[in-house]
Design a protein around this ligand. Structure first.
Ligand code: FES
Ligand code: FE2
Length: 468
């Protein structure tokens, strides 16, 4: 068969060998790059607390070679890696009661970069007056080490979200996942919820394909029955975005979820463990920052939120969270190649989009609206073309906190005979819950939850009556 459609040429690879360049404006994060400068204006996790031992930790963040350490007084330092004397790496430095000593000629640097000692120089050496070593402000919290790498005069308060302290028994546990690709494609994965109906369905494995073939079932039918209804909405005046998804659990119940990404690189995700029948506005199970190592490597640093609401069935496995591991779902970190080929996960799917994904080669479909919304919002922010952030104010002590838009709720919604009508109502109810949460943004954390639960009860009843 021949065709005149240039997109539909059988055996047409010869015509498709040119690979255009990636999008440097969003992909590159080195010093002086547009997205790099934007990202430097917020606190970024740079390593896990457990990685700070009695020897320094060499790290690379947004293309900068650094060293992190906890001095013998317990203070955290994040310094430029190469000694200001003659360049020896401070990863071989000896940690001091105060600061770190370079192994080569013994210069000592405090955590703020102040030169404390130059043992081979006289005490009145002018070098003390003319040389400083590059350091970034840093602090440690709940297993993560955060640094601020932007202009000192623009250092922000660390954004405090309600979900870091709610429910009261919440314990945050740090973890990481190491990827060999650009940061943006991992970040975008969050706002591409349709992939969960495929990649994480349990059907995308060689074993599952074997079983389906034996049963004479076509996999696409299985996928379609579980396909989520998805909507996307900007949040925080374009400084964030939510995806809102819903799927039918049975004839009476729909499970809705909402995850939020907050620019430049934070995502907050509701539970994937809760019972779809019983969750009633449960809170989040994790917060993850997507931190570039350089343009073709990145690390997810995150907090897994453990509490009795999220882990009420004992699903949580705190001991499985740490360096390059989390008790989330399989396939988030590198596994043996043949395991990944037979049952691929996010690690395989995302890394293999190329070291830096080439947007010009994509053919966006209807289910990619969130990804393209994410890129547009990010580009507007990077270019300084977005409106001002209109979030709730914060104070240094965290007494005023930001509300999260993430949740995980089962709602009663009787099944409609007409499948398309049913999906339309599933989409609507997710958006109504989003609107309720937006309305509730002005309410203090204490009473906000009971307000939302009350409105959900109203919503269930209303829809129940409408369907009868
Ligand atoms: S190179 Fe570090 S003290 Fe000389
Ligand atoms: Fe995923």
């Amino acid at each position: 068969m021949t065709t005149t459609n240039p997109k539909q040429v059988p055996y047409g690879a010869y015509h498709k060998t040119r690979v255009p360049t990636y999008d440097p404006e969003l992909a590159e994060t080195g010093p002086g790059t547009p997205t790099g400068e934007f990202m430097r204006k917020s606190w970024q996790p740079v390593c896990l607390s457990e990685e700070l031992t009695d020897v320094p930790k060499a790290i690379r963040i947004m293309g900068e070679d650094l060293v992190a350490f906890r001095d013998r007084s317990g203070n955290i330092g994040v310094l430029q890696r190469h000694c200001s004397h003659r360049g020896t790496s401070l990863e071989y430095g000896i940690i001091q009661p105060k600061g770190i000593r370079c192994c080569y000629h013994g210069w000592v640097y405090d955590i703020d970069g102040t030169i404390l000692e130059m043992p081979a120089e006289p005490n009145d050496s002018r070098i003390y007056e003319t040389v400083y070593h590059g350091a970034y402000p840093a602090f440690e919290r709940a297993g993560l080490v955060f640094a601020y790498m932007g202009p000192p005069e623009e250092k922000p308060v660390f954004p405090e979200y309600d979900v870091y302290r709610f429910p009261e028994d919440t314990k945050l546990v740090g973890f990481s996942h190491i990827y060999h690709c650009n940061w943006l494609q991992v970040f975008e994965n969050l706002i591409d919820p349709v992939h969960t109906s495929f990649l994480h369905s349990g059907e995308m494995t060689v074993d599952s394909a074997d079983a389906s073939a034996k049963e004479g079932v076509t996999a696409p039918q299985a996928f379609y029955s579980d396909l989520q209804v998805v909507n996307w909405r900007p949040t925080r005046n374009g400084h964030g975005a939510c995806f809102i998804s819903g799927r039918r659990v049975d004839d009476d119940v729909v499970w809705t979820r909402s995850s939020e990404l907050v620019f430049p690189n934070l995502v907050q995700i509701p539970s994937v463990f809760s019972s779809a029948h019983e969750a009633r506005h449960a809170t989040l199970c994790m917060s993850r920052w997507h931190v570039p190592v350089d343009d073709s490597h990145m690390i997810i640093f995150g907090w897994r939120h453990f509490n009795n609401q999220i882990d009420r069935y004992g699903d949580g496995r705190e001991e499985e969270c740490g360096v390059d591991k989390c008790d989330f779902i399989d396939g988030q970190s590198q596994r043996p190649y043949d395991v990944g080929q037979r049952a691929p996960g996010d690690w395989e799917a995302i890394n293999s989009q190329r070291a830096i994904a080439v947007h010009d080669l994509e053919n966006p479909a209807g289910s990619d609206v969130g990804v393209y919304l994410c890129r547009k919002l990010l580009r507007d922010l990077v270019r300084g073309e977005a409106p001002e952030l209109t979030a709730r104010p914060m104070s240094d002590d965290g007494s005023q906190t930001l509300h999260s838009y993430g949740h995980d709720s089962a709602v009663r919604l009787p099944r409609q005979q007409d499948r398309e009508k049913d999906r339309e109502l599933i989409g609507e109810i997710g958006l109504k819950i989003f609107d309720i949460m937006a309305e509730a943004d002005a309410i203090d954390s204490e009473s906000r939850r009971s307000y939302i639960l009350g409105r959900l009860d109203d919503l269930d009843g209303g829809l129940q009556e409408a369907a009868e």
